[in-house]
Design a protein around this ligand. Structure first.
Ligand SMILES: Cc1cc2nc3c(=O)[nH]c(=O)nc-3n(C[C@H](O)[C@H](O)[C@H](O)COP(=O)(O)OP(=O)(O)OC[C@H]3O[C@@H](n4cnc5c(N)ncnc54)[C@H](O)[C@@H]3O)c2cc1C
Length: 424
């Protein structure tokens, strides 16, 4: 069934990229529909990090105080446990105190917050349980999306489709956009182990012989990411759940007391890590952003931030002209150009860490882990920690909202980027 009226913008995927794009384009006065295939935002496979540059964007939107009313922990420095010792690696203390920390906020809360802010505008629509299945075309141009909503086949026409449907994007394949696989030497087992609540957030990376385990402190449980060499999942499973529990507890002793919470391998989900990038992020009528344009490795825990920056860049380039009725197609290249160098550099850094630190460590069996020189230097000289702090906290080429909160103008008054919401 088709939906009569053309929307200015249809965004496919309500993750960080899609929801932030939805808010920004809506705020510019454009009628926006976001299609999200799940019925809620409560997915397990999510990072929980809101980085300083994203916090700064919400400050620019006048929404930071409200965002930080949602449950979160502030993490101003990042460390790792290597062998028996704790090493300090990154410090965000140099930044403006309003965003000198990573906010560890359940991603459900972050996305729900963005959705609630966008819903304050009457021309914003979020359709849950709506799974995009393909694209509509008018000649060569993408003109909308086909989707399934609660078992019913539907379609929606749009002046522009933004595909932010994540690293398994259906739409990028459907559009025939070529993917360059950059390779990732590892996969991840993802599971939970209960923990006692602590005053400080204790998120940490554990580097142990042959393994890396990231422990994300989610209050009353650890969200654990157990990193192993790509393709070895069956080997680990074949040793049995008791051997797996023993291995985890030995390498991350803080989990030992509650490790029996992993009853079977049904409690342990496999996440295939990928690192890839589209050769071209657009074609007429379609722009691809976030992981759909460039799947990020979990290295550094920065993919959410990069996805948000894509959304900001897309809105900065496109929202004003689209609100003035201009054709977005000639501008799509500009969005890609704006973000490509930042994404290339970020992925190159992730790849270097994968190749130089992760792959050798995963291949070394039971030999004791010796921290690389860089880590020893960072631990010894606090000021050096600002460098990884900047890379993790702000990334390359952090974006700013082009029309921050200020004098409000309506679409008719010539500045389309600051339409006020319908209610405070
Ligand atoms: C194990 C692991 C841990 C990670 N940890 C972190 C971390 O701690 N911090 C960090 O910053 N990054 C982390 N990342 C990376 C991060 O998750 C991604 O880079 C980020 O989520 C990308 O955001 P996105 O909006 O582009 O895509 P996604 O977050 O993948 O969102 C895509 C959305 O599209 C929806 N969707 C998919 N297909 C369709 C469809 N056909 N129709 C409609 N909707 C659809 C999905 O349901 C989803 O809501 C991690 C990645 C992995 C694999």
């Amino acid at each position: 069934m088709g939906e009569g009226k053309e929307r200015d913008l249809v965004i496919v995927g309500g993750g960080p990229a899609g929801m932030v794009a939805g808010l920004l384009f809506t705020r510019a006065g454009l009628p926006v529909t976001v299609l999200e295939k799940h019925g809620d935002f409560l997915r397990d496979f999510r990072g929980d990090t809101v980085h300083p540059s994203t916090l700064r964007i919400f400050h620019e939107l006048g929404l930071l105080d409200r965002l930080l009313q949602r449950p979160h922990d502030k993490v101003p420095a990042i460390g790792a446990r290597i062998g028996d010792r704790h090493y300090e690696i990154a410090d965000l203390g140099f930044a403006d105190p309003r965003w000198a920390f990573v906010a560890m906020m359940p991603q459900w809360e972050f996305l729900d917050f963005v959705a609630s802010e966008a819903r304050r505008y009457p021309h914003f629509r979020l359709v849950m349980n709506a799974e995009a299945t393909g694209l509509l075309h008018e000649g060569e141009r993408v003109s909308g999306v086909r989707y399934r909503h609660v078992g019913e086949e539907r379609s929606i026409a749009a002046r522009l489709v933004i595909a932010s449907d994540g690293r398994r994007s259906v739409l990028r394949g459907e559009a025939g956009l070529k993917v360059e696989d950059l390779g990732a030497p590892m996969d991840v087992f993802w599971f939970r182990v209960p923990k006692a609540r602590t005053a400080e957030n204790e998120t940490i990376g554990v580097f142990a012989p042959g393994r890396i385990i990231a422990l994300i402190d989610r209050g009353d449980y650890w969200q654990c990411a157990f990193v192993f060499a790509k393709g070895e999942a069956e080997k680990v499973r074949a040793r049995g759940i008791a051997a797996f529990r023993a291995e985890v507890a030995e390498r991350a002793p803080m989990l030992a007391g509650d490790i029996d919470a992993i009853a079977t391998f049904d409690d342990v989900k496999l996440l295939a890590v990928s690192l890839d990038r589209l050769e071209t992020w657009h074609r007429p009528g379609l722009l691809v952003i976030g992981d759909a344009a460039h799947a990020m490795s979990p290295v550094g825990g920065i993919g959410i931030n990069v996805a948000v920056q894509d959304a900001v860049a897309a809105a900065n380039v496109l929202a004003g002209p689209m609100a003035r009725g201009e054709d977005p197609d000639p501008l799509l290249r500009k969005v890609e150009k704006r973000r490509l160098s930042a994404v290339r550099l970020t992925q190159a850094a992730q790849k270097a860490v994968q190749q130089r630190i992760i792959a050798p460590l995963l291949a070394m069996g039971d030999a004791p882990v010796r921290p690389p020189l860089a880590i020893r230097l960072l631990d010894r000289f606090p000021r050096l920690r600002r460098i990884p702090g900047r890379m993790i906290g702000f990334g390359y080429r952090p974006e700013h909202v082009r029309s921050p909160v200020g004098p409000r103008h309506s679409r008719e008054s010539g500045n389309p980027a600051t339409v006020p919401p319908s209610r405070e």
